[in-house]
Design a protein around this ligand. Sequence first.
Ligand code: 8YV
Length: 324
Amino acid sequence: MTDQKKVLVLCRIPEDVVARLDRDYDATFNQENVPHDAAQIIAAALGQDALVTTSTNKMTAEVIAGLSDSVRIIANFSVGYEHIDIDAARARGLIVTNTPDVLTEATADTAMLHLLGAARRATEGAALIREGGWVGSVLDFNLGVDLANKKLGVLGMGRIGQALAHRAAAFGMEVHYHNRNRLDAAREAYAGNAVYHTDSDSLLEISQFLSIHSPLTPETHHFLNAERIAKMPDGAIVVNTSRGDVVDDEALIAALKSGKLRGAGLDVFSAEPNINPGYHDLKNVFMLPHIGSATVETRNAMGFCAVDNLDAYFAGKPPLTAVT
Ligand code: 8YV
């Protein structure tokens, strides 16, 4: 139909979301997930009304400046949008939307998995049993540490941080947090009666476990560096399900090697998928390849959220989850 809006999808998306876009839009897909450089995005976007992107599609100021005037909205298929130059988008009146809320529970589950995986030395145990090295139970074999009765510091108490805190409290952890703003009483109660720390140092000093939920911004880039790790209790465990660049890899690797930190659970990495090779041989790191929101239900919900934003915008209504 000629009156359908033209939507260019730059990344592979779930088939149910393809079907809906195909029904309601004149959509072009990239189900082969072919990478697009700046010039290719600009060329492909010619004459399009909307783009659907994700974190692998780098929407720099150069790309945004080069986009065809026909493009009015970028419906981003992820909650994080550090790959989009929001100032450049705002400057040319381009709407950008993201997919908050729908991935909160799945990502908090993944953070919990990393807390447990690191605490219980899952990397070592899983490798041993696969390699046939399990020779029977010895009482001091593969000992981890309990979560119960430990202090968990949550850095960044947004939706995902709160959902993780809620879960951790059910595991018997004592929850502390640092955030730009203190939560209201009801949210603190939901987040395991979390204790607020006005400054991050005081959170680090008590965090036997630290779970990072901050977005990547110039202020949070390499937040967890050698100096801050030194403030943490000896033998602490660090979990990161937010963005790899919030952590200084070299500092984390050094602390994991020296034993300053007992372990880490990492879902996200700088320069994904080309992770720092220093992690490869570290048995005390439980690593997963950025699967925070990777469930069937959640990926569909994220896609539908992106399409809901397009529907609202093209119906002349405010987009539901705009970031510009
Ligand atoms: C995505 C995420 O899987 O939404 C986010 O910000 O980190 C994940 O849910 C990732 O961005 C893939 O593009």
